[in-house]
Design a protein around this ligand. Sequence first.
Ligand SMILES: Nc1ncnc2c1ncn2[C@@H]1O[C@H](COP(=O)(O)OP(=O)(O)OP(=O)(O)O)[C@@H](O)[C@H]1O
Ligand SMILES: [Mg+2]
Length: 486
Amino acid sequence: MKLFAKLFRANSSQFLTTASSKQFSLSTKLLLSSLIITLIALVGTSLLLTKLLGQYYLHDKQASLIYEGKQASKQFVSYLTGQTDLATLQELIKDKEHLQNLQIFINGDDSSQNKLDPFRHPVSNEFTPSELARVYRGEIVTKTITGANVHNPVMSVAMPLTVNGNLEGVLSIHAPLYDLMHSLPQIYRLIWLTALLVMIMATGLTYWVSLKLSRPLRQLNSAALEIAGGNLDRRVAILSNDELGQLGAAFNYMAHHLQEVEQSRQEFIANISHELRSPLTSLRGFLQAVLDDAVPKTNREHYLNVAFEETNRLTRLVNDLLDCATLQSASFSLNLSEMNLNELVRRVVAKMEPQIVGKELDVQIALTSPDPIINADWDRMQQVLVNLLDNAIAFSTEGGKLSLSTAREGDVVKVSVADTGIGIPAEELTKIWDRFHKVDKSRNRTRCGTGLGLSIAKRLVEAHGGTITVDSTLGKGTTFSFYLPA
Ligand SMILES: Nc1ncnc2c1ncn2[C@@H]1O[C@H](COP(=O)(O)OP(=O)(O)OP(=O)(O)O)[C@@H](O)[C@H]1O
Ligand SMILES: [Mg+2]
């Protein structure tokens, strides 16, 4: 951890400059992008709205002008055909002229006497000759004069006045587009004002959201730096239930795990030192006594034997520690080959014969037939079985029973080692796999294990893709079984 912290600090200046060389913070980026999006959206809709409104207004105006024109031309037709007299028509038209500028001009010879003379006006110059020609052919022509530098925009509609298929004249109506000058600009102003307001509100809201988003991130950042600096107690507050909250929870979990790793590392070192110290102390004591001639000649051999035993224990301990280290490292690999599990059981029992006989244990072996052949590392499998059998013997009472068996269960092979020894308390069953864990040392004074055997066995079985289980009743006995893929 310390090393990591040092490495991190060495890199952190570089790391921090990379971070700060980015010009915008997360919240600024969020703010800017949301501003741009709302700006585009609002300006777009406002432009579209104003354009559509204008078009709609003109369209509506045109339709009503054409309608008025048609109504008027009906009156004219009934006047021309003698159904209405001049006075009535003039009365009717006056009303309209009040609102809209109604004009009639006559096709053809201006001088000729005509019933339409009272309504005659000079030919309108609003319509070009070609447009008039279209009217003479029977079309209705609309003309709108608008634009930025037109002070009085106006819409004109010209339509033919025909009686029984004869063109009697041209009827034209003009209407000033007051609204285009007055009401519409007000509506436009309202639209743009609303857009501005929405924009201000959206900016405020985004600012608030971006602050809410970036605050926990900044906290995570500072917490990560603190943890890297060695303060493993640091946690972040989880304020929300969203992805950021989950990130915070994951971060806290990681910090917790780092703390556990650090703790187990320290415990491991403390345990090793402790395990090494006791054999070294007793060895030193014996050797000192022998050197000082403090040991009577007759006892000397006994002392030397004890010293020899201690060196054996030290060697075993160092080997186990080495195994622990290699099993954890990435370079650990198995030496796989086809092997016969029944054969392994027979050879391990033969190898441990002296200890079994020494405790007067009764051994029963039940092997499955045909021999189970699996792909495994012989030496490592032997180590597993030796560790289990070694425990079974050590924790058996004299005259007890040992049962070893192999069996096929579906596509796995099961190997069991059972004893009728002292058993393991239920609350210890999950802990016995931990390195250096020994159940209450006073249970077996003659034994001086280090508590590594089971953790090594478990790792080895798992490296083979198998599992290992324990079943025990205190005072009755214990059964260890491991399952390997066949
Ligand atoms: N068959 C068993 N019967 C009763 N207790 C057992 C048995 N096997 C293991 N234990 C308990 O589990 C503990 C851990 O076993 P493990 O083999 O890991 O360590 P150890 O035997 O004490 O030392 P080592 O195997 O490293 O010499 C033992 O100390 C013992 O208390
Ligand atoms: Mg053991």
